[in-house]
Ligand binder design. Structure first.
Ligand code: ATP
Length: 354
């Protein structure tokens, strides 16, 4: 088990700064997600934790010990690669046993550990099969078995489910999470898929252009995005962002957008100039009595809910409302925003004011 602390971690490739002064903590036993769009630096961060890439500056502490400049072999963590390379000429049992055999462990011990891992993964019945003919899921389990058998302090996974089709991916995600809950080993998992991160992670770091935008539990990241980037990246559809000019003071519990006042949670900071009000689609109600108006552009039926796209003076707004609410394109309606859930951003810095 391991607690991993990342302090001011930076990585340059020549002139290119791939990771900029990142700091976050992965607590012992957490399933921890590194999330962000392609090229944001998540793989580079993971490779630095693994010891496959050395930091340009900053620290990586595993259980309080600085390991940043140590080679991978001295970190006692297992890297599970996306491609799950197995040894095709060996059967399942030998693939799983390989790391222990190469450590020179006695045969009886190897056999006992392989049996235990096979039981945990539910693959006892395929131990003597060649890996060549296995299904994708079983190959994945064997590869995991090979990582687990060493009993490392932590697992590092780089988009392990990236190559799988959607249905199978969901099943494997559930299995991985269940496996983690049984074993309790610290797991660091890279993904660009925000849904996967929200569903699987105890905590999430959201990265963009080498910068940590936010770090926290999924619900806080969803409810209270720290930046406009996170507001846009997390959630489907994304948070609505209404841009306007205004002035707010720290402690304010109201904001006035072009003459219409909105109640909102207490502001931590003040700002003047370009602001943006953030509201999730499920917190927008179609309320004919509300003073803020929008014109229905489109309706997307999703079963129990529908996504209504409206045109407003501050841009497009999407509302997720029950499907039994009749909505006609071309009509104008009032929009009510749930005041307990509103966010406010300073557009220049991109940072939330609460
Ligand atoms: P992806 O999901 O596409 O892998 P990522 O968030 O994992 O994206 P990284 O692989 O960490 O991103 O890459 C971050 C940036 O660093 C990218 O612009 C990439 O081109 C660059 N980069 C990564 N490795 C190297 C390298 N060895 N030399 C030069 N540039 C690199």
């Amino acid at each position: 088990m391991a607690r991993i602390e990342i302090k001011n971690l930076r990585k340059d490739f020549g002139d290119f700064n791939a990771v900029k002064s990142s700091s976050f903590v992965i607590e012992d036993g957490e399933f921890f997600m590194l999330l962000g769009p392609s090229g944001c630096g998540k793989t580079t961060t993971l490779r630095m934790i693994a010891g496959l890439e050395l930091p340009s500056s900053g620290e990586i502490l595993i259980d309080g010990e600085e390991v940043g400049q140590r080679p991978a072999s001295q970190r006692d963590i297992a890297f599970v690669f996306q491609m799950f390379a197995l040894y095709p000429h060996l059967n399942v049992r030998r693939n799983i046993a390989y790391p222990l055999v190469s450590q020179g462990l006695p045969k009886a011990q190897v056999a006992a550990k392989v049996a235990e891992v096979a039981r945990i993964l539910g693959i006892e019945d395929i131990l003597n099969r060649p890996v060549g003919g296995l299904s994708g899921g079983d190959r994945q389990r064997v590869a995991l078995g090979r990582a687990i058998v060493r009993e490392p302090k932590a697992f590092l996974m780089d988009e392990p489910l990236g190559a799988l089709d959607a249905e199978f991916r969901e099943r494997m995600a559930e299995e991985l999470r269940a496996l983690h809950d049984r074993m309790g080993a610290t797991t660091v998992y890279v993904t660009h898929d925000q849904l996967e991160a929200m569903q699987m992670g105890d905590k999430i770091v959201v990265m963009n252009h080498g910068v940590v935008e936010q770090f926290g539990v999924p619900q806080d990241i969803y409810d209270w995005p720290a930046t406009l980037f996170v507001a846009d990246f997390i959630g489907s559809p994304a948070m609505n962002v209404l841009r306007f000019d205004g002035v707010v003071q720290p402690g304010d519990t109201q904001v006035t957008m072009d003459g219409i006042a909105f109640d909102m949670p207490r502001l931590r900071a003040g700002a003047k100039g370009a602001l943006a009000l953030g509201v999730r689609p499920e917190h927008v109600a179609l309320d004919d009595g509300a003073p803020y108006r929008g014109t229905v552009q489109a309706v997307e039926y999703l079963g129990t809910t529908q996504i209504v796209t409206l045109d407003t003076p501050h841009g497009e707004v999407k509302a997720r409302v029950p499907s039994d609410r009749a909505v006609t394109p071309g009509t104008t309606t009032g929009l009510g925003f749930n005041s307990r859930t509103l966010s406010l951003f300073d557009t220049d810095s991109g940072r939330a004011l609460l």
